[in-house]
Design a protein around this ligand. Structure first.
Ligand code: AMP
Length: 417
């Protein structure tokens, strides 16, 4: 069989494909290519993939595909996660992917009153995203009909085991229908998870993405902590005024920052420079890559998606203007330097809020990235209040993800339920 290379090849419906295009996803990731077909075929699947590989959509897409539209009032799919933050995050993600359908997604988690969640369930739910404790609490109160549940997803299974959720999970398996499709996703597969999988999946298909984290030795990696966006821009300017930066690829997380960096470099006459992202036509992108290859371009600014799969070698430098959130991308990005050259330099700019992601990347590549001091010549700017708050909020979210007990130094305004 031909390897599916697009979301259409995977057999997803137009509603989902439209949502994926809206999210800026152009191609399925490896774990998505491997898991979506067996899940669509109704098989039990064990997916071993770390955060950052696209593993959430790897189960959300086929689950949403099979649910198709709102029907009746009782949930048909249940996704269990270890923490409130993850439940909120995955429910929001599912809503984003289901935006062109009428599928109703409800998240259930503890630490807040029951009233609103009960009301939401009463109004009808197709997919429930829950933490085990609250799920059981609502079930025992008779507020959560479970008879129609045909798909169960256990995500972050390793963390659920670490947090001692096994007894709760067993009780849930007892109350939901026996005849159902089971999916288990986990970043790692220690014996405890293996035992859980044996207990609850029959003849599973096991799909795995091995962290293809070999960073070629000839690539010199440098990591700089930079306080804010403005200083990052100043630093890029500083770098591009140094000798040796002859063929540079700059990666950004979003289209907006790609455009921002591009306009700045144009204004400072540090080019020739061009920008590519998913809003640019295929022709424009190929053209820009060609120019870079031929040496007619000094700098190309790009988002990850646009640069994937395009082969430009002989780059002098790769600059990660932002730390990638899909951690695999770090390997892809820096793999672009040092290909044909003897050595290449990959420079990563990180803020305080990126320390968390850097740690994950270092775990993935199984090496630490050398931290360098910002050179004297870089103009360091004050961090605007809004940017500072945004970073603090991100750090809080990360801490909560790691430790559900963490209450947060930065208090969000209390939501009204
Ligand atoms: P996850 O591994 O599920 O935590 O996903 C990591 C990040 O990858 C999230 O920010 C997703 O929005 C993003 N993502 C997931 N699938 C794709 C895709 N096919 N193309 C681009 N980005 C994706």
């Amino acid at each position: 069989m031909k390897e599916p290379t697009s979301f259409t090849d995977l057999g997803l419906n137009p509603q989902l494909i439209r949502a994926l295009a809206g999210a800026g996803y152009e191609k399925p990731t490896e774990i998505q290519r491997k898991s979506i077909p067996p899940i669509l075929a109704g098989q039990a699947v064990i997916g071993i993939a770390q955060t950052g590989t696209g593993k959430t959509a790897a189960y959300l897409l086929p689950v949403l595909f099979r649910i198709k539209y709102a029907d009746g009032s009782e949930p048909r799919a249940l996704i269990l996660l270890p923490t409130k933050e993850l439940a909120v995050q995955v429910a929001a993600y599912a809503r984003k992917l289901a935006i062109y359908t009428d599928i109703r997604i409800v998240e259930l988690y503890g630490g807040v009153g029951l009233k609103r969640q009960v009301e939401q369930l009463g109004a009808g739910a197709d997919v429930v995203v829950a933490t085990p404790g609250r799920f059981m609490e609502l079930y025992l109160r008779g507020e959560l009909p479970v008879k129609q549940i045909k798909t169960l997803v256990l995500d972050e299974a390793d963390r659920m085991m670490d947090m001692g959720f096994m007894p709760q999970l067993r009780r849930i398996f007892e109350v939901i229908p026996q005849k159902r499709q089971n999916l288990l996703f986990s970043a790692t597969f220690p014996p405890r998870v293996e035992k859980l999988a044996e207990e609850f999946l029959e003849f599973p298909v096991r799909v795995e993405v091995t962290p293809q984290a070999t960073v070629a030795d000839r690539i010199e990696q440098q990591l700089y902590y930079v306080p804010n966006l403005k200083t990052k821009i100043n630093f890029v300017e500083y770098l591009l005024r140094q000798p040796g930066f002859t063929r540079v690829l700059i990666f950004t997380r979003t289209r907006a920052s790609a455009n921002h960096v591009y306009r700045f470099l144009e204004r400072k006459k540090l080019g020739p420079v061009r920008v590519i992202h998913s809003n640019k036509s295929q022709n424009t992108r190929i053209n820009a890559m060609q120019q870079l290859k031929e040496g007619n371009l000094r700098v190309l600014v790009s988002t990850d998606v646009s640069a994937r799969g395009i082969d430009v070698s002989r780059l002098s430098h790769v600059i990660n203007f932002d730390v990638p959130l899909m951690y695999d991308d770090y390997v892809h990005r820096i793999g672009r330097t040092g290909r044909a050259l003897e050595t290449g330099v990959a420079i990563t700019l990180a803020t305080e809020a990126d320390r968390y992601h850097i740690k994950k990347i270092e775990a993935l590549i199984r090496q630490s990235i050398p931290v360098c001091n910002l050179p004297e010549g870089v103009q360091v700017e004050e961090t605007p209040q809004q940017e500072l708050q945004q970073m603090r909020r991100e750090i809080d979210e990360q801490k909560k993800k790691e430790n559900p007990e963490y209450r947060g130094a930065f208090h969000e305004k209390k939501r009204k339920y």
